[in-house]
Design a protein around this ligand. Structure first.
Ligand code: ADP
Ligand code: MG
Length: 301
């Protein structure tokens, strides 16, 4: 008498074998599974995963660039790894993705906070070269690249000008360039950073505050667009700038406002007008930076 369980097992094995044999009628698939160092009894348990893995490998052979990747997870290939009597499948990085990761490793040296994606990839090589109004700022950048960190009194930049003229882009390109030399920086959209910092008062406020004070290169992007309060001006911005001034840490700013306009902006809070406190901040910014205006057409599409 044949036991029922044994009968079911036999039927299942036959089915597995059949679908495996069907798949092997594709010569290329057959050749592919022959390269996997295990027996047919093991292989036939995984026909559909093997087919998927075969297709992904085949996609890779035809692939011209990572952006055209046809695999389930971009840059990864479903790969079989033979265990004793089984096969384990995992997603392994393809060679193109590995190369890209290696090339982009430097990006980890810049902490971007609330900065658009296209700006995070800013680079000197993609910088528009059709614009003479950028000559002064480009001269500053060239000198900075040449002299930092040798010159330990080097000044940062207060780059002001109209909306969309490319202020953030240019400084992000500088920070990315520095990142390739393993120099760390933070690029913060200041209004949002301030909101985030205040919201973290009960959690990691101190840690964030300390980090921003000490990061080797800092960009406070769009200063003047934030909601000014006595606290944010006198207890956050003031001490950050004071520390960076004392430690000679290059600090960059972008703004739609000139320094005079920023001074007026910083003077007014919901608690009243305090010209002296605003003046003190501006004095620190003047100590920390050279001020350049960027006049250019709006680059935003
Ligand atoms: P701003 O900070 O002055 O308001 P952005 O730096 O955000 O202006 O630039 C506006 C847009 O133009 C962005 O999308 C940016 O990617 C693009 N852009 C600006 N300047 C350049 C440049 N020099 N080369 C390439 N793209 C640029
Ligand atoms: Mg900007």
């Amino acid at each position: 008498m044949i036991d029922l369980k044994e009968k079911i097992d036999n039927t299942n094995t036959t089915k597995l074998k059949q679908s495996y044999m069907d798949a092997c009628s594709d010569k290329k698939f057959y050749n592919y599974v022959q390269t996997i160092p295990t027996t047919e009894d093991v292989l036939m348990k995984y026909t559909s995963l093997l087919q998927e893995s075969y297709l992904e490998n085949d996609n890779c052979k035809k692939c011209k660039s990572l952006t055209d990747c046809k695999n389930k997870i971009e840059g990864y290939i479903l790969t079989p790894e033979v265990r004793e009597k089984s096969i384990n499948f995992s997603y392994n990085c393809c060679s193109k993705k590995m190369k890209q990761d290696e090339e982009e490793k430097y990006l980890k040296n810049v902490d971007y906070f609330d900065i658009p994606k296209e700006i995070r990839k800013a680079s000197f090589k993609d910088l528009y070269s059709d614009d003479t109004s950028r000559v002064p700022v480009m001269k500053y950048i060239k000198d900075f690249v040449k002299n930092y960190p040798k010159d330990d009194k080097i000044k940062g930049l207060y780059l002001h000008g109209s909306f969309g003229s490319g202020k953030t882009y240019i400084i992000a390109a500088l920070l990315n360039d520095m990142a390739k030399k393993n120099i760390k920086s933070a690029c913060l959209y200041y209004p949002e950073f301030l909101r985030d910092l205040k919201a973290s008062f009960k959690t990691d406020y101190e840690e964030k505050f300390r980090y921003i004070k000490k990061v080797p290169l800092l960009l406070l992007d769009d200063i003047g667009a934030e909601n000014v309060s006595n606290f944010s001006r006198d207890e956050i911005l003031g001490p950050i700038l004071q520390y960076r001034m004392e430690e000679n840490l290059p600090t960059f700013f972008t703004s739609n406002l000139t320094l005079d306009e920023l001074e007026k902006n910083l003077a007014i809070t919901s608690s009243g007008i305090d010209k002296l406190k605003a003046k003190r901040i501006i004095e620190r910014i003047k100590q920390l930076t050279v001020s350049i205006e960027l006049v250019s057409k709006n680059r935003r599409s």
